[in-house]
Design a protein around this ligand. Structure first.
Ligand code: ADP
Length: 540
């Protein structure tokens, strides 16, 4: 082998914030703070405070490899933790505060977090958690002395005092790029949550990939507002992508309702945003109800659950390009992105739309395969569907502490999704393998049935689940939420399916409910629905 002669420079998270400071030091980070007011400062400030934080953690005795938990919204102090903790060689463990307290206790103990940093919102939660997490040496309230909560929390410390006591003259260590940098547990709808342990290398590579023009396409001229939480797969990488590219970052805190988001979009001239479909439902409803327009927003990225085609159309009516992204916690999370190819540009809008509603094409770095039950590769014809396997440098090779044992299949990670891939490389999820409706030995895609329901003007949200059937094994039931003041009958919704799917795909029944249950990451909680409607009597 002729060995090349390039420098051996590790890919490190600290380089991202150092670069942002040097090259975009005056670019703003705007946060809706938990204390109330809007907070503004710059990348230069983030870098200085992240180094102060690293010094404070060192003073507390935190060492390389230690896990530091966070229970926090998208805000500037959370961003400082992302860089301060990982930068010094410790592990930023973002905990999802929307999980059940029992799960949070399990996760903090399993991760062996030495310190947990929390936003004021979660003080009552921390009060309950603390006695059950004896390994945690201190709980740090992410606020100043004046706002310190009165809660009974052992070893409570004040973030601003810790950070304020340090000078910030800290040199980031030159870590091995394989050093663990972050930890994020999957919500675990079945079994205990399992941790995905990211590396500096995987995080930086993922940030490069996420920045590509066919992916987030974020530049120094953009203003990015991640609605996707920093506690859910690193805000899909945006907390790294923005500093890498010098984009202004707007962090919405706890204000995730339509009104708060809309006001922030407009005040800060946000150009790019990303989040799960349920957030956009609320935002679009608010905008419609008040007859508003977006003055700066160009692009909304939708992922986490299938984006209903109707949502792509509505965004388009408001001049916003709505792109589909797919991924998972185990993939850092990005796998595919639904941008158009050159060949689509000359096509009529309806043809383009067919490509846009799919989950998208593999981002360079991620390889995808679909296989049948015996592991044989299936044709990429947009019709054959099977288990979706992935591999790549930001895909997990196994869970933290070896939970779940060997999870790879011949070097591929089984996603648990069922999908098609078409000749142009567009992947489309037909279902989560545990959600497919199995009727007479054939599969019905619950996502397809849900998309049709929400395309009806009277339907706000819908879930399709399989209900036991004596002859067909399972038959589809739609559980739907009507839009406010809208009227629709069961028969009208069923009729709406005619001509849109094969006859045997048309659901057997519809139940209207006031609201649908969601998981802590915003997905429909189908396990609960299946349980609730287990005994539902389908009409003959
Ligand atoms: P968790 O596992 O914690 O619920 P993840 O975000 O890791 O959260 O979930 C990953 C799963 O979410 C994927 O395997 C897929 O089923 C679903 N998903 C993510 N993005 C999309 C999308 N754009 N369309 C359909 N399903 C999606």
């Amino acid at each position: 082998m002729l060995r090349g002669r390039m420098m051996d420079m590790p890919l490190l998270i600290s380089s991202l914030i150092r670069h942002a400071d040097r090259c975009h030091g005056d670019v703003e980070i705007v946060s809706r703070s938990v204390e109330g007011p809007i907070h503004r400062y710059t990348y230069a400030d983030v870098h200085r405070r992240a180094r102060q934080l690293a010094q404070a953690l060192t003073r507390l005795g935190v060492r390389a490899g230690d896990r530091i938990g966070t229970l926090a919204w998208n805000g500037y102090r959370h961003l400082e933790l992302y860089y301060g903790v990982s930068g010094m060689g410790a592990v930023t463990h973002t905990v999802n505060p929307r999980l059940f307290p029992d799960q949070i206790v399990y996760i903090i103990n399993h991760a062996e977090d030495r310190y947990v940093f929390f936003d004021l919102t979660f003080a009552p939660l921390v009060e309950k958690l603390a006695p059950q997490c004896p390994g945690v040496e201190g709980w740090v309230a992410m606020t100043d002395r004046a706002h310190l909560p009165q809660a009974k929390i052992p070893g409570i410390a004040c973030y601003e005092e810790l950070v304020g006591a340090e000078r910030g003259d800290y040199d980031w260590p030159q870590l091995d790029e394989w050093t663990a940098s972050g930890l994020c547990y999957t919500s675990g709808t079945t079994g205990n949550p399992k941790g995905t342990l990211y590396t500096h290398r995987s995080t930086v590579l993922h940030a490069y990939a996420a920045s590509l023009p066919d992916v987030f396409n974020v530049s120094s001229r953009d203003v990015v507002l991640p609605v996707v939480p920093m506690f859910h797969v690193n805000s899909w990488g945006i907390a790294y992508v923005a500093p890498m590219n010098g984009a202004k970052l707007v962090l919405p805190g706890a204000g995730l309702d339509g009104k708060s988001l809309y006001e922030l979009f407009e005040a800060e001239k946000v150009t790019v945003t990303a989040g799960v479909p349920t957030v956009w439902l609320a935002l679009l409803a608010y905008v419609m109800e008040h007859g508003l327009r977006f003055s700066s927003l160009r692009r909304a990225v939708v992922g986490g659950s299938a984006c209903p085609p109707a949502m792509i159309r509505t965004f388009a009516e408001y001049g916003v390009d709505c792109s589909h992204a797919w991924g998972m916690t185990e993939m850092s999370p990005l796998g595919t992105f639904g941008s158009l190819r050159g060949k689509h540009l000359g096509m009529p809008p309806e043809k383009q739309f067919e490509a846009r509603v799919k989950q998208g094409r593999a981002i360079f770095g991620v390889e995808m395969n679909i296989v049948d039950g015996a592991g044989n590769e299936l044709p990429r014809d947009g019709k054959a569907f099977g288990d979706l396997l992935v591999r790549g440098p930001w895909v997990t090779s196994g869970y933290f502490k070896g939970e779940g044992g060997e999870i790879l299949r011949d070097g591929w990670f089984p996603t648990g999704d069922v999908a098609t891939i078409d000749a142009d490389g567009y992947m489309q999820i037909t279902d989560r393998s545990k959600d497919v409706i199995k009727s007479g030995g054939e599969w019905i895609s619950s996502i397809d049935l849900e998309n049709i329901a929400v395309a009806h003007p009277a339907i706000a949200e819908a879930a399709a689940i399989g209900v036991a059937h004596p002859k067909w094994d399972e038959r589809p039931l739609i559980v739907a939420v009507k839009k406010p003041n809208a009227e629709i009958t069961r028969e009208e919704l069923l009729q709406f399916y005619e001509g849109k799917v094969a006859k045997w795909w048309v659901p057997d029944d519809v139940v209207f409910v006031a609201s649908l249950p969601h998981t802590a990451t915003g997905k429909l909680l189908k396990t609960q629905l299946r349980n609730e409607f287990k005994a539902h009597a389908l009409p003959k």
